[in-house]
Write a protein that binds this ligand. Structure first.
Ligand SMILES: [Zn+2]
Ligand SMILES: [Zn+2]
Length: 265
């Protein structure tokens, strides 16, 4: 029940995004007059909000003038360089951050496991995420994991999930396996998954029910776009669709107008 891409019998399905409203971790910290030490959890509160609630903060320059993107990965699971370069271009094309978009990389140390639950992933983020939203800079955490999703089955695998306002997991091992088994370009699978999940952080489609074009939400696959060649279509990273393509599906005009209404380009 979250922003999700699944490959199922060659089809991708989604879960309900609003699971996050219930799984959202609420941290209660004690207030102190001593301003020398800030409780660490208090420093994380801005990054523990539900999916889609930071769309304007990410897209516009109103509150935050720069963006830090933390690319975190297990050893050996860094995405391809072309994916990272194209992802930066995608961000520059869509958001206003006059003080820049900064990419940092973090190697995640976690013992190898075959699969991870979303709670496992949140725990790793809580322990090893280095950059949180601070002052004029908003930070996004993207974890490329060596494990598959615990919700995978013999016929359905998850490629990526956006699970909080600034948090994404990309199942990099699964993407590589699908690339090999389905004979699909690795870069296209990585990049489409990354951009699609970021689209969910941008609030697409109608995640917080405040889009100006709510009528393009696919009611059969909620929080996705009905336009079949749009990045936010529920099957946008279906390997059979990507096999004969050379570029990532673009956002259709309605999705772009939704982003522009929230301060994006
Ligand atoms: Zn999705
Ligand atoms: Zn669209």
């Amino acid at each position: 029940m979250f922003a999700n891409i699944l490959l199922k019998n060659m089809k991708i399905i989604n879960f309900n995004h609003f699971f996050l409203l219930f799984s959202f971790l609420v941290i209660v910290s004690c207030k102190s007059d001593d301003d020398v030490i800030i409780p660490i959890d208090e420093a994380k509160i801005e990054n523990l909000k539900p999916l889609g609630t930071s769309a304007s903060d990410l897209l516009s320059q109103n509150t935050y003038s720069s963006l830090t993107v933390e690319l975190a990965y297990n050893s050996g699971y860094r995405p391809t360089q072309i994916t990272i370069d194209d992802f930066k271009t995608f961000l520059e094309d869509r958001i206003y951050k006059p003080d820049g978009i900064i990419f940092v990389e973090t190697e995640i140390n976690s013992p190898f496991v075959d699969s991870q639950t979303l709670d496992d992933i949140k725990e790793i983020e809580n322990e090893q995420r280095n950059y949180y939203t601070l002052e004029d800079d908003i930070a996004v955490f993207i974890y490329f994991t060596h494990a598959k999703s615990s919700s995978d089955t013999d016929t359905a695998v998850t490629l990526g999930t956006a699970y909080l306002n600034t948090s994404i997991v990309v199942y990099e091992k699964t993407i590589r396996d699908v690339s090999l088994s389905q004979n699909t370009n690795l870069y296209l699978l990585e990049e489409t998954t990354l951009q699609h999940e970021l689209g969910h952080l941008f609030g697409l489609v109608n995640i917080q029910e405040d889009d100006i074009h709510s009528e393009h939400e696919d009611l059969a696959h909620k929080k996705h776009c009905i336009v079949e060649n749009c990045l936010m279509y529920y099957e946008s990273n279906l390997s059979s669709n990507l096999r004969n393509k050379e570029s990532v599906p673009a956002l259709d005009p309605l999705c772009i107008e939704d982003l522009q209404a929230k301060g994006g380009k």
